[in-house]
Each structure stands twice: as structure tokens, then as C-alpha cells.
Write a protein that binds this ligand. Structure first.
Ligand code: 5GP
Length: 192
């Protein structure tokens, strides 16, 4: 087991509805030391890949992306969530269905902060069905930028997102892949 898997076993809570609660270290209270270890691990896994920007999505991705960015020496841009369609021509927008909140948000990134020269590493906390990632990829494509890779903290491997994203050919590095979890017993199985 790696450091993140160990932490999930120690402090993660399995909830009904395929939700893994990790708010004591990843989603509410933030363990910055752990984020630093995660950043170092992604830097190792993406060694030799040209990356000049990190893109994440508010809110939970921001802290992780900022600490990881110290290992890549690049700026972080986060996609903002808005309730209404933004018709301002200066924004890239994509519609994203929220797994946890079950609503749809338009996520937006200003055209000022993403362009065709950017080689973007996407960072996020969870990968479930892949909607958040597909929204971010669509924004990167709209900008004419390229996706250099994707770093996820926790992938729920029993949901479809990971397979969809890998089948599209992206280099996806999830630090922990949960292949099964049981809300009754609290047991969590990781992929080897
Ligand atoms: P997806 O778009 O891949 O379906 O879901 C990813 C987003 O939903 C993540 O950014 C994360 O915020 C949230 N999410 C999905 N599954 C979980 C989960 O089991 N626990 C938590 N805390 N967040 C989740």
C-alpha cells in the first residue's frame, strides 16, 4: 500500500451511494504535508513530460493543485463553477454534472489564462464518472492547448471515468485506485 492508500484506510469513511468521505485530510481539513507527498509522486510519474500549467476545478482541487505546482514550478488555473451560462466571449465554458451535488454547472476559464501554447497537467481530487475531467479537457481543447497528463488523487475504479479517460489515450496517473468499497463493513479494496 502506498502513503495515500494507507491514509484512506486510516481516515476515509465509506458512505452509501458510492461516496468515500475523506474530509479530514483532503476535502475540508487539508493535510498539506500529504499534498506535498502527492505532488512529489506526480512529479516523478510525469518526469520528462513537458508541462507549463496546471488546471484544476474549484473547490477541492485548488489546494491539491497549488501544493503540487511547487513540484512543477508552474502556475495553477482553476475552472470556476457558475450557475448560469456565461455569454461573455472572453471565457471558455463547459457543462459539468456534479457527482456529489447531482446538479449541472457551467465551468468557466478566462481566455486570458489558457492558450494554444499551453501544455496542461489536469489535477483533481476524485475521479468517478469522469464528467469533471471531460469538462476540463473540453476547455483545454477549446483553447487549442494540449493535455499533457492527468493527475488524480483517488480514482474510484468501479465507476466508468478511469476507463473512458484511458481509452481516449490520456496519460492518467491516479495515486490510489479504489476497486471496491462496502458501506456496511467500511472495507476498501485497492487496485494493485
Ligand atoms: P466525476 O465528474 O468524475 O463523476 O466526479 C468527480 C468529482 O466528484 C470530483 O471532483 C469530486 O469533487 C466529486 N466526487 C466524486 N466521487 C466522490 C467521492 O466518493 N467522494 C468525494 N469526497 N468526492 C467525490
Amino acid at each position: 500500500m502506498n502513503f495515500l492508500e494507507e491514509r484512506i484506510i486510516k481516515d476515509g469513511v465509506v458512505k452509501e451511494g458510492n461516496i468515500l468521505k475523506v474530509d479530514s485530510f483532503l476535502n475540508h481539513q487539508l493535510d498539506v504535508e500529504l499534498f506535498d507527498q502527492m505532488g512529489a509522486e506526480w512529479a516523478k510519474r510525469f518526469e520528462g513530460v513537458e508541462i507549463n500549467k496546471i488546471l484544476t476545478i474549484e473547490a477541492s482541487g485548488i489546494g491539491i493543485a497549488c501544493v503540487a505546482a511547487r513540484h512543477f514550478n508552474v502556475p495553477v488555473v482553476f475552472a470556476k463553477k457558475s450557475q448560469s451560462v456565461n455569454l461573455d466571449g472572453e471565457m471558455y465554458t463547459a457543462e459539468v454534472e456534479s457527482f456529489t451535488h447531482k446538479n449541472k454547472n457551467n465551468v468557466i476559464v478566462s481566455k486570458k489564462f489558457l492558450n494554444e501554447n499551453d501544455k496542461v497537467l489536469i489535477i483533481d481530487d476524485f475521479l468517478a464518472n469522469g464528467c469533471a475531467l471531460q469538462g476540463l479537457i473540453s476547455i483545454i481543447n477549446s483553447a487549442g492547448a494540449s493535455v499533457a497528463g492527468i493527475g488524480i488523487a483517488i480514482e474510484k475504479g468501479f465507476q466508468s471515468g478511469g476507463q473512458i479517460i484511458r481509452n481516449l489515450g490520456y496519460k492518467l496517473e491516479s495515486l490510489a485506485i479504489v476497486d471496491g468499497m462496502d458501506p456496511e463493513t467500511g472495507k476498501i479494496n485497492f487496485r494493485n
